[in-house]
Design a protein around this ligand. Structure first.
Ligand code: ADP
Ligand code: MG
Length: 243
């Protein structure tokens, strides 16, 4: 019996891009009052509908600007779609942008507690997992360093380690793994493989089609905001590779 955990119906996302160049705040307000500001309505997602079943590992492919991150942000509740509906059942651990949710002035230790709180974990809960979070992120020597001094790889390691310290129902991973080095990517892949075995539902964006093929059972192909196709991993990746 299938168990739908994500239901996306007719979702569109429009962004208003200001077309006109304005040289000053004053000019902006003058034009605003006169109704002379021109906006360009940009459609980042165009009537998207799909379902995700419990335990699905859904990959997203598509060129830069296709709308992958926008779709994941909507599923994570970070963005509200312009129209359409999204239903998500269960706890979501979103790994969306490198460093999102970190305060650069705070140390790694402080950010672990801050991020944990954002994800809804109590202090005691994090106390118990603190060492394993630091261990997995390989940041033992950097616990008391403000994260503004971290490389993007260190950010990614810390973010992944915190978000996966507890098994969520749904894990969302948007490219963050690509900034880590090869060995850390492997470690993350192993942790994701374990989650797959445990039945966690995963949404994954990666430029590494090989990783999509290794991990996913289904793939959704976005093309200029439209859903070009959704289906079995082999079929979609093959078609995507040959465009
Ligand atoms: N906050 C925003 N304001 C305006 N345009 C945006 C915003 N976020 C994304 N876009 C635009 O929407 C399109 C899709 O972006 P995105 O979802 O990041 O694509 P992808 O992740 O597939 O590369 C891009 O053209 C991007 O410039
Ligand atoms: Mg993106």
């Amino acid at each position: 019996m299938s168990d739908t955990v994500i239901q996306v119906r007719d979702v569109s996302m429009h962004f208003n891009l200001m077309e006109e160049k304005v040289d000053s705040i004053k000019e902006y307000f003058v034009k605003l009052i006169k109704g002379q500001l021109l906006y360009n309505d940009f459609v980042a997602l165009n009537h998207i509908s799909f379902d995700v079943q419990k335990g699905d590992i859904l990959g997203f492919v598509g060129f830069n600007g296709a709308g992958k991150s926008t779709m994941l942000k909507i599923l994570a509740g970070v963005l509200k779609p312009t129209s359409g509906t999204v239903k998500v059942k269960g706890s979501v651990a979103p790994l969306i942008e490198v460093g999102a949710g970190f305060d650069p002035e705070l140390t790694a230790r402080e950010n672990i507690y801050l991020n944990g709180a954002i994800l809804g974990f109590s202090k005691k809960f994090i106390d118990e997992r603190f060492d394993s979070i630091i261990e997995f992120a390989e940041l033992r020597d950097f616990v008391n360093v403000p994260v503004k001094n971290f490389s993007s790889g260190m950010y990614a390691r810390l973010g992944f380690s915190i978000a996966t310290a507890v098994q969520p129902d749904i894990l969302i991973v948007d490219e963050v793994l690509s900034v880590g080095d090869f060995r850390f990517q492997q470690k993350c892949e192993e942790r994701i493989q374990k989650m797959i075995k445990d039945g966690v539902t995963i949404l994954l964006v990666s430029h590494d089609i090989g990783m999509i093929e290794r991990l996913c059972n289904k793939v959704l192909w976005l093309d200029h905001g439209k859903m070009r196709d959704i289906g079995a991993v082999n079929k979609i990746c093959h078609a995507y590779r040959s465009v």
